[in-house]
Design a protein around this ligand. Structure first.
Ligand code: PLP
Length: 400
């Protein structure tokens, strides 16, 4: 502001130090821009930004520079034209469903073993708003084809690697089936992350992430993102201007910083998970291990083909022989390195009891139908030494 020095103390307290002239240097890492509003030399310029004719920012519910930087980074890693960030993974899933045309009277076909909150979003909230929801076994392509033919849905929703049973979706085949019936394919790529797989390159229309997990990676930010074509990004953007489920600039900055080490973290987490899965698979107290990296896994070959040998993800689940909820809880309490916290994809190893956390919102019958008994535990391997993780599991199993 010109002549600020001549203004009163009260006015200087408000404006002093603000709005430095545009700089001729470039910060190496993206700054956090918490500003809600943005200024232009002329009101015509601001008008052009409002109209979308000029690149820029006007109001932080529409877009902000730090969030745009995170979106550009995710779009690059997913091989997408663009991405739209959200305040959580659930907000991202909801937004992608709406952008794909899910509304009252429309249908959605979805994998039966989705993350619990996604299942409940579909079966309770969207169903109560008049959406016809059909759950299928996404690994059974005939079952999927029959549901698509019968319901002619707006969207087919699957997870690349499902939570918590680690089923792998045949994304190229599902994309062909969805498109044959005029449906968009929505893929929740949270578990695989773009390190293992890019669903858009295999025919998906919207790729969703709970960026809370592998993308951010450090258990300190809640975020979601959808990667898509420029046309679909525009639908997401226009909708989010009205719905307002935006990511804050501080969270975007943390997520962008986390993203830089995604390949290093994922490589280590995949290696750790593979070793732990093989070890658990031969442990006498363990009756079943779900991990696509094991040759006994029903979609092992598919995982090898889709992930091109880069690994099979950092999450596995397993059943303790004859365990009820109390035994599963005692096992979790006996662990000292693996943390019993409700999340995944962190640098820390994390263990969770799906029946009473991620899938708590389902009825007991629904859980049993999907295959989530009380004896099931989910482990997300961190980047610690695999030897230390195994020693922790060994001592906790021995104490049962
Ligand atoms: N998708 C998957 C596969 C998840 O595991 C989760 C959360 O655990 C979500 C979506 C929801 O993400 P958020 O907790 O960031 O809303």
């Amino acid at each position: 502001m010109k002549d600020l020095i001549q203004k009163s103390f009260q006015t200087r307290a408000v404006h002093a130090g603000e709005r430095a002239p545009a700089a001729d240097y470039t910060p190496v890492s993206t700054p956090i821009y918490p500003s809600v509003g943005y200024l232009y030399e002329s009101m015509d310029d601001m008008d052009a930004v409002f109209a979308g004719a000029k690149q820029g920012y006007v109001y932080s519910r529409y877009a902000t520079p730090t969030v745009s930087a995170f979106e550009a980074a995710v779009a690059s890693l997913e091989g997408a034209e663009a991405a739209q960030a959200y305040s959580s993974g659930m907000a991202a899933i909801h937004a992608a469903l709406l952008a794909a045309g899910v509304k009252a009277g429309a249908s959605v076909v979805a994998a039966l073993d989705l993350y619990g909150a996604t299942f409940t979003l579909l079966r309770s909230l969207l169903a109560s708003l008049g959406v016809n929801v059909r759950m299928v076994d996404a690994s059974d392509l005939e079952d999927v084809a029959a549901a698509l033919a019968e319901t002619q849905p707006a969207a087919l929703l699957v997870e690349t690697i499902s939570n918590p049973l680690l089923k792998v979706a045949d994304v190229p085949a599902l994309a062909a089936l969805a498109h044959r019936h005029g449906a968009s394919l929505l893929v929740d790529n949270t578990f695989a992350s773009p390190y293992l797989f890019n669903p858009l390159a295999h025919g998906a229309d919207y790729v969703i992430h709970s960026a809370t997990k592998y993308l951010s990676g450090h258990g300190d930010v809640l975020a979601g993102v959808v990667a898509a074509s420029a046309e679909n990004k525009n639908k997401l953007y226009e909708m989010n201007k009205l719905i307002g489920g935006v990511l804050g600039p501080f969270e975007a900055w943390l997520a962008l910083r986390g993203l830089k080490t995604l390949p290093l973290r994922m490589r280590q987490q995949c290696q750790n998970a593979q070793r732990v899965a093989e070890w658990l698979n031969s442990h006498p107290r363990v009756s079943k291990v779900n991990y696509p990296g094991l040759p006994v896994h029903p979609q092992h070959d598919l995982a090898e083909r889709l992930f091109e040998g880069k690994g099979s993800g950092g999450v596995l689940s397993f059943e303790i022989k004859d365990a009820d909820k109390a035994t599963a809880y005692r096992f979790m309490e006996a662990l000292t390195l693996c943390l019993p916290a409700t999340t995944l994809g962190d640098i820390y190893s994390l263990v969770l009891h799906p029946a009473t956390s991620s899938h708590r919102s389902l009825t007991a019958e629904e859980r049993l139908r999907i295959g989530i008994p009380d004896s099931l535990l989910r482990l997300s391997t961190g980047i610690e030494s695999a030897d230390d993780i195994l020693a922790d599991l060994e001592s906790a199993l021995a104490r049962l």
